[in-house]
Ligand binder design. Structure first.
Ligand code: NAP
Length: 241
């Protein structure tokens, strides 16, 4: 009995630390160059689409799937839930609830970067906190100055004004506020990822009175879901005793 832990989030890693010694394989897409260590064996890289995932499940004798991918992972949750149902494999999604606005927040929900760009005044200076993959979809924002934060250094920014800020988010709102001030940020674009990591920038934006554009989450599969790490741990332990 082996459980597939679809990973790539802090919760997946935290969960893996509770599962050491059990028959669990953690899977990472390979987006981050130097992923932090997990408590269970890891495999890294895409499976190769639907057929690749099906082959992996068969080859490894997977008996259940715990999906702890990111709330903005658009493909994998739907795919894993569908294949899990097809193969009669128990599936559970561990999903962070979204952040809720607090007094003083100026949040605007938008579908995508294009919609955010359309709502901002000309010559805005944008802190783009939507992850390194956004670099490929940044064209609608080219009229503005863009500071994109990403984990890996992939070289200079290919857009006309602004640049790349390499690093992880701080959990200290004052550090985040200093970053926003230092770059004269007028608008923030972010994902409503939920959880503790990444929230400090929204607190900083609130303190500085900055508007924040939050990208809509992708749709989720109609499948069992929990927000509790304990429930996810019990699920895995039931199938990987
Ligand atoms: P996605 O749209 O769901 O997946 C894109 C492709 O990446 C999939 O088709 C699959 O490739 C591969 N993949 C995704 N998750 C995988 C996993 N756990 N193990 C192996 N392959 C995986 O996801 P994404 O938004 O590109 O994110 C990729 C990974 O980064 C996810 O694991 C997610 O948890 C993590 N992440 C995403 C975000 C975000 O904002 N989107 C933020 C933080 C972390 P194949 O078709 O080749 O199998």
């Amino acid at each position: 009995m082996t459980v597939l832990l679809l990973a790539g989030t802090g919760e997946a890693r935290a969960l893996s630390q509770r599962l050491t010694g059990r028959s669990v394989i953690a899977s990472l897409a390979g987006v981050t160059r130097k992923p932090k260590p997990y408590g269970v064996p890891m495999r890294i890289g895409g499976f190769g689409g639907v057929e690749g995932l099906k082959s992996f499940l068969k080859d490894e004798g997977i008996t259940a799937i715990l999906d702890a991918t990111h709330p903005y992972a658009a493909q994998m949750p739907q795919r894993a839930a569908t294949i899990g149902a097809e193969y009669n494999l128990p599936y559970l999604r561990l999903l962070r609830p979204p952040w809720q606005p607090q007094p003083g927040d100026q949040w605007h929900d938008v579908d995508n970067l294009q919609a955010a760009a359309a709502q901002m005044p000309p010559h805005s200076t944008v802190f783009l906190a939507t992850g390194g993959q956004s670099a490929d979809h940044i064209a609608p924002l080219h009229a503005h100055t863009i500071w994109l934060r990403r984990v890996d250094d992939t070289g200079p920014a290919p857009w006309p004004k602004g640049g790349v800020l390499v690093g992880l988010p701080s959990d200290d709102p004052q550090v985040e506020a200093e970053l926003l001030r230092a770059h004269d940020i007028t608008h923030v674009i972010a994902k409503n990822s939920g959880g503790p990591m990444g929230y400090a920038k929204l607190e900083a934006a609130r303190d500085l009175g900055l508007p924040v554009y939050l990208l809509a989450r992708p749709s989720h599969p109609q499948a069992p879901t929990t927000t509790s790490l304990d429930t996810a741990e019990s699920f895995v332990k039931a199938y990987a005793p």
